[in-house]
Design a protein around this ligand. Structure first.
Ligand code: CO
Length: 326
């Protein structure tokens, strides 16, 4: 339920809109492309980032039947003018919806919405539902604003109302420019970002006020679950700082949201299952990117977890998160 995809060809939005470091693709040799952020090289991608049949051939080797796909977070472009971000989002969403329609047994889709403008975000959220997407992927912060900000609440409310699942993915990592060496934005910044998102949603009362909202957090919730003891203690020792908008402790929300299983470590995964419960961990891979689990759950299959638990992670829990459970 956590895989990324791009259209093979992207319009040159920077040229079209006349500003901004929108991502464009340079196909410099067969099967390879450079993602360019303006003039700056961002990441090399391969055909499995855009070719649906090649993806199927690859993921079948690991016993996967279907992927939930969403865009690459760098595409969110929340920094852009809202109308331009809407246009970009519509382009990406139409691509993913088309894929899900062409391969109904193979791909399920999540959209992207212009979070910097709640009115346009809700408008595109509604359209996402109409074109068959099952939810949306959003960033862990919106232009450095936390998900606790009241301006985002109507978007979450609309997700609950429409039954659209939410996938929160780290991006725009805090401290990025002060720790670029050693890939620290990905290794340190991303887990911190996801914890920032979970704490923001708990402390501001999003889960309290929207009990029907189905949210899944990337990378097993990042740093949140491993540091829950500290967060819980913080809530108890300084309620004047922490419990100002919601008087329930963070631990109250364990089991109320989902996390993916991308831990690369069975001991950590068992600890997380213990915390959030057997029905709240879903099979994610971060395919096709190298920091993901590219053997797609092999470490879980080879573990001593009961078969029933493995099936829940591999299938049932994702269906429940997406609202597809029978
Ligand atoms: Co990812």
């Amino acid at each position: 339920m956590h895989t990324h995809i791009l259209p093979e060809k992207l319009p040159n939005f920077a040229e079209k809109f006349g500003y901004g470091d929108f991502i464009h693709l340079v196909h410099h040799k067969p099967g390879f492309a450079r993602m360019m952020k303006g003039e700056k090289f961002f990441r090399e991608i391969e055909a499995n980032c855009w070719d649906p049949d090649l993806r199927i051939a690859e993921y079948e080797q690991h016993g996967t039947d279907a992927q939930v796909v969403c865009t690459v977070p760098v595409m969110f472009s929340y920094w852009a003018k809202p109308a331009d971000c809407l246009e970009l989002s519509r382009f990406l969403n139409d691509h993913i919806a088309g894929l899900a329609a062409d391969y109904p047994k193979r791909y399920l889709g999540l959209g992207t919405i212009p979070m910097q403008d709640a009115r346009l975000a809700i408008k595109e959220l509604q359209r996402c539902k109409e074109i068959g997407l099952l939810g949306v992927q959003i960033g862990s912060n919106i232009n450095d604003k936390n998900l606790s900000e009241p301006e985002f609440f109507p978007i979450f409310e609309a997700c609950q109302e429409l039954g659209m699942a939410v996938f929160v993915h780290p991006w725009n990592m805090m401290g990025f420019h002060s720790m670029e060496k050693y890939w620290l934005p990905w290794l340190v910044g991303m887990p911190a970002e996801t914890s920032r998102a979970i704490c923001s949603m708990i402390f501001s009362g999003v889960f309290e006020r929207l009990p029907g909202l189905r949210v899944n957090f990337a990378h097993a919730g990042g740093a949140f679950l491993p540091t829950l003891g500290r967060v819980e203690h913080g809530y108890r020792c300084r309620p004047d700082l922490v419990a100002i908008d919601n008087d329930k402790p963070p631990s109250h929300y364990l089991g109320k949201f989902w996390v993916d299983c991308i831990t690369h470590d069975i001991k950590m995964l068992k600890f997380i299952l213990d915390l959030v419960g057997p029905n709240r961990v879903t099979l994610g891979s971060d395919y096709p990117f190298p920091l993901g689990d590219l053997t797609i759950g092999k470490f879980i299959e080879e573990s001593d977890l009961p078969a029933k638990q493995i099936q829940a992670i591999f299938r049932d829990n994702t269906l429940a998160w997406l609202g597809l459970a029978e």
